[in-house]
Structure formats: C-alpha cells, structure tokens
Design a protein. Structure first.
Length: 465
C-alpha cells in the first residue's frame, strides 16, 4: 500500500515493522461537547484506512484515547481546560460530562458505521504511565521543573520541527494565535508534561505525583496510551491536520526522548471539513452534528458517502447542496442494488478476482476511496450475473460500510427533502416578518405532506408522520 507520510512529505510504500501486522494509533475526541461532522470526517478516514488495511490482508491493532483531562482551549498549554469549560456550561461534574459525551461520540460512530477501535482508553485511566515517562525524561535531562510545572525542553532536540515547516521564532508570543507568554518556560516551544500550577483553582481532577498534586498535559496522554497498549514501535499514527503541530510534534519529542529510538514510521493526516466560512467550529455558526443532519432528514451514511467521494488529503467544503447531492446519489445507489435479486447462476470467479484487484488497487493508491466507489459502479453496470454482483458488493462494503445490502425503512427522497427545507425557510422568513398567518399556512401545507415540524433551540426540525 502507498500512503502519504507527513513525516517525509511524500507518498510512500507502507512497510510495517512486523510483516503482515500493523499497529495503528489514532487521536481520540476531547469529550467536552458533541463531535461535529468535521471531527467525524477524520474518524471516517481513519476507519476506512483501518478497514482498507484489513481488506488488503494486514492484521491491524488499533488504539485510541479519549481525552477527559488536560486539553486546554489553546493547543499550546494556555487557556481553560476544555473539560472544565464543558462541566461549567452544563452544571455537571467533569466525569459526568466525559461519560455523557463519550457515549454520544460512540452513538455517532455507530450511525456512521465507524468501527470502535480494539483498544479505547480514557486519559484519566493511565496516570501512572505518564508519571513513569515524565520521570525518565527528567532523569535524561530532557525535561525540567519550573514554576511548579514539568516542561519538555525542546532545545535538547536536534529536529523538534520534524513534522512541520514551523520555525522557532513563530512561537514568539503574539506571532501565533493562542500563544501566551509563560514565564516559567525556558524556550517558547517548550510544553507542559505535568501541571501543578493550574490557573483554575477548581480544577476537579488532580492526582498525586512526585512533583505535587496535579494533572497531565494533553500531549503526554497520547504518548503514554500508545506506548502502554501498542509498545515501542508504532507503524501508523493518525489525526486531523490540526494535530500535526503542536500535538503530534510534541508526541514525537516525548516518545522518542523516552525510548531513545524512532517511534512511529508513518504519520497520516486527514484534511479538514470546512464550512462556507472556513474552519468548522463548535462555537461559531451552525453546530453541525450527526443528529442535526438526521433531524433535517439526511441519513448519516449519506454523509459517509460524501466523505468517501472526496480524497482524504483534500479540504472538503460542506454545504447542504453537496449533501443533497450525496444523499441523492446514495439513495439511487441503494435502489439500484435493491433491484439486484439473487439468481441461480454460479459466481464468476475470474470476475470476482478482476474487480477485487481493481478495488484493492484503488485503496492501495493512497486510499483512493473515490476510485473504489467507481469500481463499485463499474460492477453494477457490468454484464455479469447477479450472484457475482451481490458477492462483490458484499466484499466492497466491508470497507465502504455503506450498508449497501441492508434494507432501509422508508427514506425521504432528495426532491421532497429540498421542498421541505424550502418551505421551512419560507416559514422562518414569515415568522421573522411577524407574518404569523403565512407561517401557520406553511405549517399546514407541510402537514398535508405528512411532515410535522418542531421549533427547537437548534432551529426548525421535522419528522414524517
Ligand atoms: P478534538 O475533539 O478537538 O480533540 O478533535 C478530534 C479530532 O477531530 C482530531 O483528530 C482533529 O484533528 C479533528 N478535527 C478537528 N476539526 C476538524 C475539521 N474541521 N475537519 C476534520 N477533522 C477535524
Ligand atoms: Zn493525540
């Protein structure tokens, strides 16, 4: 398989440490809020990568963390702890927030057919591991204690910026959004391994450590969990492109500093999903969640289909128009497949082999999922018997995970969907202009179409009667 390796900035042949086996680590969610569909694009890409590797024949062990402590609002150790922010917002404890949003994330993954990784571990469950690593880093002179916190000393590294094109002077205060002056740091690029001096007196989660009561930095969590569950040699490490710096850069520094040898050979990053205003965020604009898409009548797998149509390495810009298009194509695809009925013919082995190879080749070509979908359409068009087609669809769906052979409950077709959305918009406009009669008329018109609408905090949603 060929894959784009951020470490060497080129597409490379994947050669695992142990033949036939892949150890894969993927950064997990910070469970302080719902995941937006941008976050989920990254998890879809990682899911496809894992399934593609298995399809090609590798044995894959995948591990993911759940960040439930230590991730501050700026990735560079400044700002407020995101978990604490979530707990304050909802008047709950940090652990209640963590449990709730972990479950919600799991539900989203299920809806999108994202396989739950073999090992999923919350950051708060591995404190001893971080302490062990930090002690060793101090012993080796790669870390120092200052102002109560433990920092990694980035000046001790020959190539701290190995993953990025960043330069040290870019870390100077003010040059980069979110970087605050921390007077305890020796070098601006240094980062916190262990906090004891929290700016927030009510930081809920704290543990005893050789450096006092405190909590781990965000970056050490991933190094600790990956080393604990996958060992000293990692084949693939994934995340979204925003993780490259500083998070993955810091993970490399910590893990390789601790181990004294190279840690991970392939760093694979998924590009972002943007909205029309730029980077998607949980705080500005419409908060796009899977549930919101469902409330608007879209099927989560139409979103998965949209992600598969694009190359993971390119930015994808979200709009309801392109989602409408994807929903439409997805419905048509499912309908086409529904009409393929099993026959009494023998499966055509040479056709299976031909198409299987084509499908594999697309995946092996830097995870070209759009080409893999084209191969699926080629199968549907081809003059081969139905049993052969059904067998190939079943095989391909192990990777695509689009429920291609599963019968759905009645779906709303995209023409009806755009009509509904158009009427809802008209009604909102009427309400804004205080034209309540017109608004009521539109509600009745929708009722006649068997559509019930509800006004919620997130906007107007609808369901079929
Ligand atoms: P977080 O929960 O903020 O730690 O992010 C979870 C994952 O989502 C990380 O791997 C990020 O790189 C990824 N991510 C964040 N924003 C986006 C986006 N707009 N599009 C795709 N992936 C994203
Ligand atoms: Zn991570």
């Amino acid at each position: 398989m060929k894959i784009y390796n951020t470490l060497n900035k080129r597409v490379e042949e994947l050669i695992p440490n142990e033949p036939g086996k892949i150890k894969m680590y993927t950064c997990g969610p910070t469970v302080y809020h719902y995941a937006h569909i941008g976050n989920l694009r990254t998890y879809i890409f990682e899911d496809i990568l894992e399934k593609a590797l298995k399809y090609i024949g590798y044995e894959v062990t995948r591990c993911m963390n759940i960040t439930d402590v230590g991730h501050l609002t700026s990735d560079s150790d400044s700002g407020e702890d995101k978990m604490l922010k979530g707990a304050r917002r909802e008047h709950k404890t940090v652990l209640e927030i963590a449990d709730y949003y972990t479950q919600e994330f799991k539900n989203d993954c299920e809806k999108l057919n994202i396989r739950w990784p073999d090992i999923v571990s919350p950051a708060t469950q591995n404190i001893d591991e971080y302490i062990k690593i930090i002690e060793k880093l101090l012993e080796k002179g790669l870390a120092y204690i200052s102002g109560g916190n433990v920092y990694y000393d980035t000046s001790k590294l020959e190539d701290y910026y190995v993953l990025t094109n960043h330069k040290e002077d870019e870390m100077v205060v003010g040059a980069r959004e979110g970087v605050e002056q921390d007077l305890s740091k020796k070098n601006q690029a240094d980062f916190v391994l262990w906090f004891t001096k929290s700016k927030f007196e009510d930081q809920e989660l704290k543990w005893e450590s050789p450096w006092g009561l405190g909590y781990p930095g965000w970056h050490i969590e991933c190094s600790g969990i990956a080393l604990k569950y996958l060992g000293e040699h990692l084949d693939i490490h994934c995340g979204g492109v925003d993780n490259i710096f500083p998070h993955h850069t810091n993970e490399i520094a910590q893990s390789e500093g601790y181990l004294g040898h190279k840690w991970c050979n392939y760093w694979v990053h998924g590009e972002h999903l943007n909205d029309l205003n730029g980077k998607m965020s949980k705080s500005k604009g419409e908060f796009l969640t899977v549930s919101l898409l469902e409330e608007k009548g879209y099927s989560p797998l139409a979103y998965r289909y949209l992600c598969l149509k694009s190359y993971y390495h390119n930015v994808l810009t979200f709009s309801y128009d392109i989602l409408d298009g994807a929903q439409n194509e997805y419905n048509k695809l499912k309908n086409k497949i529904k009409n393929i009925t099993a026959d009494k013919e023998e499966i055509q082995k040479e056709e299976i082999e031909k198409y299987n190879n084509k499908f594999k080749e697309s995946l092996e070509n830097d995870l070209n999922t759009s080409m893999a979908l084209t191969t699926l359409y080629d199968v549907l068009k081809d003059n081969i018997n139905n049993n052969t087609k059904l067998e190939l669809i079943k095989m391909f769906d192990e990777v695509l995970s689009l429920d291609l052979l599963k019968e759905e409950k009645q779906e709303i077709d995209s023409e009806l969907l755009s009509k509904i959305n158009e009427l809802i918009e008209k009604r909102n406009e009427a309400k804004k202009n205080r034209n309540y009669e017109e608004a009521d008329n539109i509600r009745n018109q929708l009722l006649e179409m068997n559509i019930i609408i509800k006004d919620t905090r997130e906007g107007t949603v609808f369901e079929k009667k």
